[in-house]
Design a protein around this ligand. Structure first.
Ligand code: ADP
Length: 505
């Protein structure tokens, strides 16, 4: 019998990837195709939906060719995607009415500012969607397209148009228009979906002036969405798993139950904590979102989500702007070259302080410098700042959820830094588990697809595949950590509300 695989399509913000996953949960091949970023105006970010599709199909084809995979060897396809990015297309021709408005795009910030004048509206949005009203989410992006693309509103009202996040666009395209659907995790990032009722919310649709006929059907993340029918892919392959990137990573890390969490150390950090069937609302302005569930899970499951704005980006800054390191990996050697930071703290509040401090006017700082400070101390303090920021987020989340984490799963580019992982474990005083494959987003999408088809039996089987984690356990004393954390808290306090410099006058 030829070996069988699940293929994950990981449609990210800067590239489309296809990943081959075998029954043991091993990544056997990856193909990555970057695609064009469009910046038509300052603060605007767009993608061409056709290029998203073509780069994704090319990655899939190349993966099959390079790994000699026959169509009959593909059990199923799972999709994971950049979240919130908004596409509207014509139901008849399949042609997008405009470029995709990417999650990073700020063009609709004025719409949200207008809404924010009414505090009650913000509260209702938060109660219904779990989100803090922002231009980031799809709702205002849809409204913008309907109001600014010629004829779009009339066509939408006549039922001729379809809206989708990237997963939905890919599903529609791969099934040649047979399926207009999305999954609960992606729906929960649109700011139009009532996460408690599990339905598009009429009040929100009215608020953003969006006809319900535009919207995809919402299904569980692990369900039979349809089968491939596009000429660019082998026909008849089940599409049976969909989840937004962060929720896919949570699932790929085998966080299936309340109290389990993962932190992704990339450009920024994304921390998600599974909270079971309870949707906790945060008193630290973290968002409540829907988690991806295994098939036949009777009730909707939720997660708390928070992010650190500047994480790996700080290491890039040390490399590209300060020239203190040649490669990101070198930061580890340099940090280990000194026993501590000699009292130096780096607070990377380049764009303000996020959760739980929320101070948009704070600016970054390097504090505690003495004549004895060397570049190794600064590099070490920079790495430690990733761990401190994560600590603050974890502390806020634990308070919101009323649970203590017993361990933390980690992934993302900077999780390969052993110094950082050890320091993180020390500061949190809990063990960290780093899976052998840090491709957790792709694995999550593959798991969701393969659980639906029976390629994998259940979540216990998936958990058992994760035996080769590298563990980091706390080695410092709690007293020592407490002293370091107090230093960090003081450093953060000193960066708050910096007076703006002359350049802004
Ligand atoms: P993203 O998906 O956000 O682009 P990745 O998960 O690919 O990010 O991680 C890349 C980030 O991780 C970069 O910002 C880089 O500076 C950082 N990084 C990569 N390797 C290391 C390392 N060994 N130590 C510290 N930071 C690292």
């Amino acid at each position: 019998m030829p070996e069988k695989f699940v293929i994950a399509l990981d449609q990210g913000t800067t590239s489309s990837r296809a990943i081959l996953v075998d029954r043991k949960g091993r990544v056997r091949g990856t193909v990555q195709n970057p695609f064009t970023q469009h910046y038509p105006q300052p603060g605007w970010v767009e993608h061409d939906p056709q290029e998203i599709l073509s780069s994704q199909l090319a990655a899939l084809t190349e993966l099959m060719v390079s790994h000699k995979v026959e169509p009959s060897q593909i059990d199923s396809i799972g999709i994971t995607n950049q979240r919130e990015t908004t596409i509207i297309w014509d139901r008849l021709t399949g042609a997008p009415i405009a470029n995709a408005i990417v999650w990073q795009c700020r063009r609709t910030a004025p719409l949200i500012e207008q809404l924010a004048q009414n505090k009650k509206t913000l509260t209702i949005i938060r109660e219904k969607t779990g989100l803090i009203a922002d231009a980031y989410f799809s709702a205002s992006k849809i409204q913008w397209l309907l109001n600014n693309v010629k004829g779009a509103r009339a066509r939408a009202e006549a039922g001729q148009l379809a809206f989708g996040t990237v997963d939905s666009w890919l599903t529609w395209s791969l099934t040649r228009g047979a399926v207009h659907a999305t999954d609960v995790t992606n729906a929960s990032r649109t700011m139009l979906y009532n996460i408690h009722e599990g339905a598009w919310d009429p009040w929100l649709l009215e608020l953003f002036d969006i006809p319900a006929s535009l919207l995809p059907e919402v299904r569980p993340s692990s369900s039979h969405f349809g089968v491939t029918a596009h000429s660019g892919v082998p026909a008849g392959i089940p599409l049976s798993g969909i989840a937004g990137d962060q929720q896919a990573a949570l699932f790929g890390q085998c966080c299936f139950a309340a109290g389990q969490a993962k932190n992704t150390y990339g450009t920024g950090c994304f921390l998600l904590m599974h909270t079971g069937t309870e949707a906790h609302s945060s008193s630290h302005q973290l968002v409540t979102t829907i988690a991806a569930s295994a098939p036949d899970t009777a009730r909707t499951e939720y997660a708390l989500e928070g992010s650190v704005f500047v994480a790996g980006a700080l290491i890039q800054w040390l490399r590209d702007d300060l020239g203190l390191i040649r490669t990101a990996a070198q930061s580890e050697t340099m940090a280990n070259a000194v026993p501590n930071t000699a009292g130096v703290y780096v607070v990377p509040a380049f764009t303000g302080l996020g959760a739980p401090h929320w101070d948009a006017n704070a600016r970054g700082a390097i504090l505690g410098l003495t004549r004895g400070a060397r570049k190794e101390h600064i590099v070490r303090a920079a790495l430690e700042s990733l761990a401190y920021q994560t600590y603050d987020l974890v502390a806020a989340m634990q308070e919101d959820a009323g649970t203590q984490l017993s361990s933390l799963n980690v992934d993302g580019g900077a999780s390969s830094n052993n110094f950082l992982m050890q320091f993180q474990s020390d500061i949190l005083q809990i063990p960290l588990a780093r899976p052998l494959s840090i491709e957790t987003t792709a694995l999550g999408a593959a798991y969701l697809a393969g659980l639906q088809t029976g390629f994998w039996e259940n979540t216990e089987q998936l958990r058992a595949l994760r035996s080769k984690d590298q563990l980091f356990s706390p080695t410092r004393t709690p007293t020592n950590c407490q002293a370091l954390l107090e230093g960090w808290a003081q450093a953060v306090a000193r960066t708050r509300h910096q007076p703006r410099g002359k350049e802004t006058l």
